[in-house]
Design a binder for this molecule. Sequence first.
Ligand code: UDP
Ligand code: MN
Length: 297
Amino acid sequence: SSLIENNVRLDRILYPKPETLKPPRTDVLTIAPWLAPIIWNGIFNSDILNAQFHKRGVRIGLTTFAIKKYVRFMKDFLETAEKFFMVGHKVNYYIFTDRAHEIPNITIGEGRHIHIINVTGYQRWQDVTMRRMQMIRDETYSRFINEVDYLVCVDVDMRFYGSVGVEILGDVFGTLHPGFFGASRQQFTYDRNPKSVACIPVDEGDFYYAGGYFGGKIEEVYKLTNFCHSAMMTDKAIGIEALWHDESYLNKYFLYYKPTKILSPEYVWNNYYGSPAAVQIKRFVGVDKNYDEVRFR
Ligand code: UDP
Ligand code: MN
């Protein structure tokens, strides 16, 4: 049923009342000091969010890279994304690859499309991961801006095991790295070399964000990727590279340009970190890989 008043359509949705004195989660931080929500299982209602985003007819782009041997992760990635990623919404997969002919042919749901973007694979694995920033940036104004409203930029050596929906979308978002959500500033593996643009002093830093999961509106992803790529080029010119590559530059960006939404490690888990109580659902999980075999041979 709906009520039409002054061309505004108001739809009735039934759900339990939010309880001001009974917050759904008290075991984890659910809001940053700059008032960005931190998205944990239990704090949001997907029915309300889906209704809001459907009304706007939102279009979502999911970018990932399958360079060289990493094409092997594509099948599981796509098959599980079809089950769990933004189900019911308009989704464009953007697969950056140097092996287009090896991308598996998967049956894709209605309103969803796969787009292959041909790129050349850099020789060093560090360059493969770092150059993602440049490649995403270069497609933002030539392509993404015309095709989608939001971008979600992720690693490919991953599988979906639980729902990842519109609750993650916002102007610009980062994700808490599964290895550091309980860590101190000193323990964060930020780059500490004062010569690097990525350097973060030991008395600064909010969270340690994962390099393999960020996104937001197209304009914001442009700003983020452009900063990270430019910073890498500045460092490269004096022969340095930040400790954790693109992840170090991303952490620097988010320190001074804070994300408007932060995803809990549910969204980028790795079973290496076990099963802490705070993580009730592992929605997107790293696939075990033999680093030496997949990167070098
Ligand atoms: N990648 C790739 N080919 C490579 C190395 C990396 O396609 O030879 C891409 C791929 O999307 C991968 C991402 O870069 O998920 C980050 O690299 P990786 O997953 O190896 O980093 P880790 O998660 O182990 O830190
Ligand atoms: Mn990875």
